[in-house]
Design a binder for this molecule. Sequence first.
Ligand code: FAD
Length: 389
Amino acid sequence: MAKKVVILGAGYAGLVCALELNKLTTAQEVEIILVNKHDYHQLVTQLHEPAVGAKEQKDVTVSINSILGAKKIKFVQDVVVSIDKAAQEVTLEHNKLSYDYLVVALGSETEYFGIPGLKEYSFTLKSVNQANRIREHIEDCLKSYNQDKKDSKLTFVVGGAGFTGIELVGELADMLPKLAAQYNVPKDKIKLINVEAAPMILPGFDEELVAIAKKSLEARGVKFIIGTPVVQVEPGVVHLKTGDTISSDTMIWTGGVRGIPVVAESGFQTEPRGRAKVDEYMRALDEKNVWIIGDSCFVLAPNGRPYPPTAQISTQMGENAAVNIYSSMKHIKLEKFNPVLLGAVASLGRKEAIGSLGKKMKATGWLAYRVKDASKYRYLAKIGALLKS
Ligand SMILES: Cc1cc2nc3c(=O)[nH]c(=O)nc-3n(C[C@H](O)[C@H](O)[C@H](O)COP(=O)(O)OP(=O)(O)OC[C@H]3O[C@@H](n4cnc5c(N)ncnc54)[C@H](O)[C@@H]3O)c2cc1C
């Protein structure tokens, strides 16, 4: 009888895992069920663009059914509520699913570090819906400014200077002046501030590229407040550890991620930030038939530092999990997770980016921007290639 493989989450990790497993197996061997709360796959790596109106929802989403076509993967649109390891059963909001093999690829949540008011009074950027909310809020601020001339409406704060924070700041730096002109708001009244607790922006990036990024963003009006934690957020006010405050109606928090609660709540071993501990084959610790992949898990690289939560790593975890599920069914040797790191590209707005390939190759400006923009097509091409096979 066919083994039942349930894959939770159709993001980069889950979708690639489903397609790869489809490629490796026959319908007689497996039944693959893919669960996702939306009926579309989100291109999360591009979300900073719809957040400022540079792209629309349709540009950063792909219908899951159109991706799956006539493949032997059954798609279930539902929300995962809990996992019962002992009974090998997943409870969804509207259904229950039993499994022989389970893949958890539900991504991550925002980490607020217990900062008072941060969760209540900030925006986050982890889904298309959140990107749409940011765009609507920015437009509301600009539209209504001329009614009351409240300067806090024109002060935009981004908390966190990692990948997401900097890409968003770059996009805002280019789009806010355009929106200001559209809503007849004085451009020189707009303030764009990036606050970061760590001593530098873009941790993990080459220092020379970081300096170029900072200079480019400062030239477009971005003010950096680095090495300064946010300690509280109230409606209209951001409090910093220095005692300074920023009057702003817009705080967008990109300062950290943590695991999806369902993982720890279902009894899987996690690290302090709720990401699942996994073995070298990407299986949940002490479990032989559960894989936890993508941003939902925590894996140390050979240099002793955790792999960063990226689409690049997540897709490779998806491939590895698929191979290892197949190997488990066939009782053959499993494959250790050993990703190929291609480098990284961070966009800095509509025309610029910084990127590196290995230690030697670096790119800046328009060329790097094209590479970042093309990463969308790289992931789609990967999905396309898996579909053809
Ligand atoms: C603005 C931004 C820019 C980025 N840029 C880059 C980049 O340039 N390069 C790079 O490599 N990485 C980048 N990243 C990081 C990258 O997007 C993530 O690491 C990646 O999305 C993680 O993939 P995943 O499959 O683990 O999770 P996700 O892509 O988040 O997918 C999780 C899926 O699970 C679904 N889901 C969640 N909870 C439930 C539930 N309870 N029930 C049902 N379904 C559920 C979600 O709807 C989603 O479809 C960026 C991130 C952001 C936010």
